[in-house]
Design a protein. Sequence first.
Length: 263
Amino acid sequence: MPFVEVGDLRLNYRFDGPQKAPVVVLSNSLGTNLSMWDPQATVLCEKFCVLRYDTRGHGLSTVTPGPYAIEQLGRDVLALLDALEVESAYFCGLSMGGMIGMWLGIHAANRMKGLVLCNTAAKIGTADTWNARIKDVKERGMAAIATTVVLRWFSEDFVKKSPEVIEAMRQMLLQAPPGGYAACCAAVRDADFSQDLSRATARTLVIAGAQDPVIPSAHAHLVAGGIPGASYLELQAAHLSNIEAAPQFSAALLKFLNQPEAK
């Protein structure tokens, strides 16, 4: 696996697709790693250069001391692009990855060709909820939350029809480093882009899950309404819509990426 050194961070990444094609960055959700994007990478890499990475504290990337901040995670993306000499890219992030995308859209619009913000909100949850989860994970490890969290990532129908996918995602969450997970929980807890969305100027698509109990679609509507000119798509899925509704998600992503860039 290739790595990029960013200060005290060793960032794991994967690059697939034609070298001179437009770059699409895929940013994982809390508790997952870059493999969550396998369904999309397979489709996208025929025409685009797909850049996946493990967020700081996740997967094979370093667990640096926390707590983290969304700004810090956004700057990690910019450092990765700099290291790979990518001047600008499309960015697609889900949940925590979507919050990273909001920060990039607000603070690094010149580097963003377009944003796809999935199953995310300008503010996610309450401090009390996040603090309780951080305490659980620090004291009892990922096993304390893994089953409960994964069952909220998917609809009841999908859980019944695809037990092998559910178990694979549960194992992914169990393998997440507790320290990195807790540090990223703090980043999500402390982020609030409610008053700043109008500053995001990149062309934007917001994707929501009609059955998402983690971030109800009403929150995604608010994100789409706050970003000038943003479009909105609701899929019949729960939180990890890119997995549960993979064909529809990938088709929507491709359609967005294939639209001509604004001059």
